[in-house]
Design a protein. Structure first.
Lengths: 320, 246
């Protein structure tokens, strides 16, 4: 009998996610997957899982859970209070959760999306090649819905149960959110562009896995706010008639009819999705070529961090 | 490309960040632009471009999703323009032809009476007009399997509702502007609905989860409530495969 994970208490937006569902966008299927791909990948590596194993994503507040066999667990995404059998443990490293013990994950501080990876991975049935949950269409994960107390999730068999840590730190530098202008950059006049690139914006509380509505100077499209529907991507910044930009995220629909002023550079999207509501930030425009180079460099840094994962008995980077 | 008179010349390349590049053939809905999109898409399926992960064909543009570690967007854009020149003359297959049985009116056709009133014709005339046309799937998007159809008779062109409805069922047949549609999953919609088909455009548990693809052709066949109920039962039991009639 393979191990199982039981949800005792659930946060408001807990779902099963992996690295996303690819190859079906021409059929209208969103990619979904973790909102913060790096934090998800690191949680998996710390739990001793292969890349792509499914984990639990939670929005703002975690929950508590138990297993019927000993497993490794790791929580990433941001810092929060984590307890195993009532004893505090650290985020961004893995711990043994013994059969019958309870893992409790509190509220994230300064971040929005957290990840709980369990050794063996969440083993719900894949749908169209992925275990990711797409809430709007009820596809994937646990019957296509958020997790709730009483749910029992199947787990894969773990390879080993050695607690792991990162051998080198993972961090993101604070700077403006980088965007690539377009595809409908010509719908907006110079004055609007000046506002877009100089004035502060905030993520509002109207945010979920599909999109985030921003607050800031209203952006008027002089050519109008309707286009013949075309493809949208994760990171598209749509501008509807309200003038309030909408940034599409993991569960984004595949097509849309609003002009898109810009696209968030993919390496920078997680920093925006992790930004607490009401916090000021600015946009800065870069070329597609630069965005590609920054993405490649960020992937290389992530690979190095994932490759640095090692047993806790080894020397850590922050110890003298 | 912008000409000196300010007009845009097509095809042109636009960028969507660092992992997608689109080629646009027009800024409006046209069958010829859509044919160019689908012909180029077929060319990429037959002769893949290195680094391209997937494509998203829409009314007038083809978005190409790529991995920047394998290929740069600028090079992919150049290749799309090169191929589009030959795609213009390329032959596009006619597309599969399907017949969808439709129960017009009833509980899933909240707008049929209103539509007849707006157009100043009878409900039966609305139904006959809608059912007599042959439609073409211009694109699949918005939701899994959702089909945007071109070919709606002009007299039935009607703007979308000002306030969308919260829940429209799968299978509902809608009218939005110049287009018709078949709903694939339950969800909100501002389209006007005239009937429903028992067939399911999307069923993730089916051997082929998606019924339609861009380029397919569709005819509607009017059925009565009794037959619709019968077909509902067979669809629920997974017994029914849609007929390709040409």
């Amino acid at each position: 009998m393979s191990p199982r994970l039981s949800i005792v208490r659930h946060g408001p937006l807990m779902t099963v996610q992996d690295q996303g569902r690819y190859g079906y966008r021409s059929r209208g299927v969103s990619t979904s997957g973790a909102m913060d791909r790096d934090a998800y990948a690191i949680a998996n590596a710390l739990a001793g899982n292969k890349p792509g194993a499914a984990a639990i994503e939670f929005g703002l507040i975690g929950g508590s859970m138990t297993t019927d066999k000993d497993v490794l667990v790791a929580v990433t995404g941001g810092n929060c209070k984590i307890e195993i059998a009532g004893k505090p443990v650290a985020a961004w490293e893995s711990h043994i959760l013994q059969a019958g013990e309870t893992l409790t994950v509190g509220a994230l501080q300064g971040a929005v999306w957290g990840y709980i990876a369990v050794s063996g991975g969440i083993a719900t049935s894949p749908m169209l090649g992925s275990r990711s949950t797409h809430l709007r269409t009820g596809v994937g994960g646990m019957d296509g819905r958020t997790l709730t107390a009483g749910d029992v999730l199947p787990l894969g068999e773990p390879d080993m149960l050695t607690p792991l840590v990162l051998g080198q730190p993972y961090f993101r530098r604070p700077h403006p959110i980088l965007v690539v202008p377009g595809p409908q950059n010509d719908y907006f006049e110079e004055a609007v562009w000046r506002d877009f690139l100089t004035r502060p914006f905030q993520v509002t509380t109207s945010r979920d896995r599909m999109a985030m509505v921003l607050n800031g100077p209203p952006l008027r499209a002089f050519k109008g706010h309707d286009i013949v529907s075309d493809a949208t991507v994760v990171g598209s910044i749509q501008v509807p008639g309200s003038g309030k930009p909408i940034v599409l995220t993991a569960d984004a629909q595949t097509t849309g009819g609003y002009p898109k002023i810009a696209t968030v550079a993919s390496f920078d999207l997680a920093r925006l999705t992790q930004m607490p509501s009401s916090q000021n930030f600015a946009f800065r425009a870069i070329s597609p070529d630069t965005a590609e180079e920054l993405f490649i460099a960020a992937q290389e840094r992530l690979e190095a961090v994932l490759g640095s994962v090692c047993s806790k008995t080894k020397k850590r980077f922050w110890e003298p | 490309m912008t000409r000196s008179d300010g007009a845009i010349s097509y095809p042109r390349i636009v960028r969507s960040g660092d992992q997608a590049v689109s080629i646009e053939f027009s800024d409006s809905v046209s069958e010829s632009a859509n044919r160019q999109v689908l012909t180029l898409d077929a060319s990429i399926s037959a002769h893949p471009i290195a680094g391209v992960l997937e494509t998203i064909p829409t009314y007038r543009s083809l978005a190409v999703v790529y991995d920047p570690r394998q290929a740069r967007g600028s090079a992919i854009g150049e290749e799309l323009i090169r191929r589009s020149v030959s795609a213009e003359s390329g032959e596009l297959p006619a597309g599969r032809l399907f017949e969808f049985p439709v129960l017009y009116g009833g509980e899933h056709a909240s707008d049929l009476d209103e539509l007849a009133k707006i157009k100043n014709i009878s409900v039966d005339e609305v139904i006959d007009l809608h059912a007599a046309a042959e439609y073409r799937v211009y694109m699949i998007g918005f939701a899994p399997g959702f089909a945007y159809l071109g070919g709606l008779p002009e007299i039935l062109h009607t703007p979308r509702l000002g306030i969308p409805r919260q829940r429209i069922e799968a299978g509902a047949i809608g009218i939005g502007g110049q287009q018709s549609s078949i709903n694939s999953v339950p969800g909100p919609s501002g389209w006007r609905f005239v009937g429903r088909t028992p067939y399911r455009l999307f069923d993730p548990n089916r051997h082929e989860p998606f019924l339609l693809k861009a380029g397919d052709r569709i005819r509607f066949l009017r059925i009565d409530a009794e037959e619709a109920g019968h077909l509902d039962d067979r669809v629920a039991r997974g017994e029914l495969d849609i007929r390709e009639i040409a």
